[in-house]
Design a protein around this ligand. Structure first.
Ligand SMILES: [Zn+2]
Length: 276
């Protein structure tokens, strides 16, 4: 599943490729992709309108249009935007298509069918259920050490589970949670409210560091929507992981074997010596 850095890069590249372009026709090809909009509603709201900007909130990609509508899109497990030239047919599992005047188009392909779209009034965006409970963006001023310490203190869950809760910290998934806790030298099983203020401050910095670093390294996805024959998954950053997916490999700091444990059904990787 793409994490925040991947979604950030997808949004950035889409913004470069399609903003200021006009969609003449939008087609919803799989009704369940957009459960809150009928195919007719979807087509009417997104046809003959110009894309003003593509950005993101949490792991949702947002397309703002000049007619006051916003398309909210979530890639989930395998969703992928592709920019297709006229001569290419829509690939298998194309669930939505957006045609430009020259007949080239942006399509949303999703092999595993978990993707999500919703068209809403831009002015109502803050009310959308999927977005309104999200914690502050990790690079915004609202996400501060003071905020972070406050929400840690209110939770008795393990630190790892706490970090994955998007209503407390937005954008940290399984990979980057493990990486940030390793860099901060904190045990993933400690209850969130027992993290000291000093450690919380260190962890706060490390969260931003791993996200920033991953974005700079092109994350784990090949996010180029024009590279339609390339694999979407397996970008440049996977080699940069320090603990994630390194069970039984030597810790990069102390050479102890990295361990894996299950927390809320998901793997956490950590160094038992560095993260006592
Ligand atoms: Zn170690």
């Amino acid at each position: 599943m793409p994490e925040l850095p991947e979604v950030e890069l997808v949004a950035q590249s889409l913004n470069k490729l399609v903003s200021r372009r006009t969609i003449i026709r939008a087609e919803l090809l799989r009704a369940r992709l957009a459960p809150f909009n009928s195919a007719t509603d979807f087509a009417e709201r997104l046809s003959n309108t110009k894309i003003m900007r593509v950005h993101r909130r949490g792991k949702h990609i947002l397309f703002d249009f000049d007619n006051g509508q916003t398309l909210v899109a979530h890639l989930r497990m395998s969703g992928r935007f592709m920019l297709l030239p006229i001569e290419r047919e829509n690939p298998k599992y194309t669930h939505a298509a957006f045609y430009f005047a020259d007949d080239s188009r942006l399509v949303f392909q999703d092999q595993r069918h978990f993707g999500f779209m919703r068209v809403v009034e831009t002015a109502q965006l803050h009310e959308v259920k999927e977005l309104k409970s999200l914690a502050p963006e990790p690079f915004s001023d609202d996400f501060s050490p003071v905020y972070f310490r406050k929400v840690l203190k209110m939770s008795k869950r393990s630190l790892k589970e706490f970090l994955l809760d998007q209503t407390k910290v937005t954008g940290l998934g399984n990979i980057y949670a493990s990486e940030a806790m390793f860099l901060a030298r904190i045990n993933p099983q400690i209850p969130a409210n027992e993290v000291s203020a000093r450690k919380a401050n260190v962890l706060f910095e490390r969260i931003r560091e791993v996200l920033r670093e991953s974005i700079a390294h092109g994350s784990t996805l090949n996010v180029n929507p024009e590279n339609i024959d390339g694999s979407y998954y397996g970008g440049g950053y996977t080699r940069g992981w320090r603990v994630y997916d390194r069970e039984k490999e030597a810790c990069v700091k102390c050479r102890t074997d990295i361990e894996r444990l299950k927390q809320a059904g998901r793997s956490t990787y950590f160094c038992p010596k560095c993260q006592k």
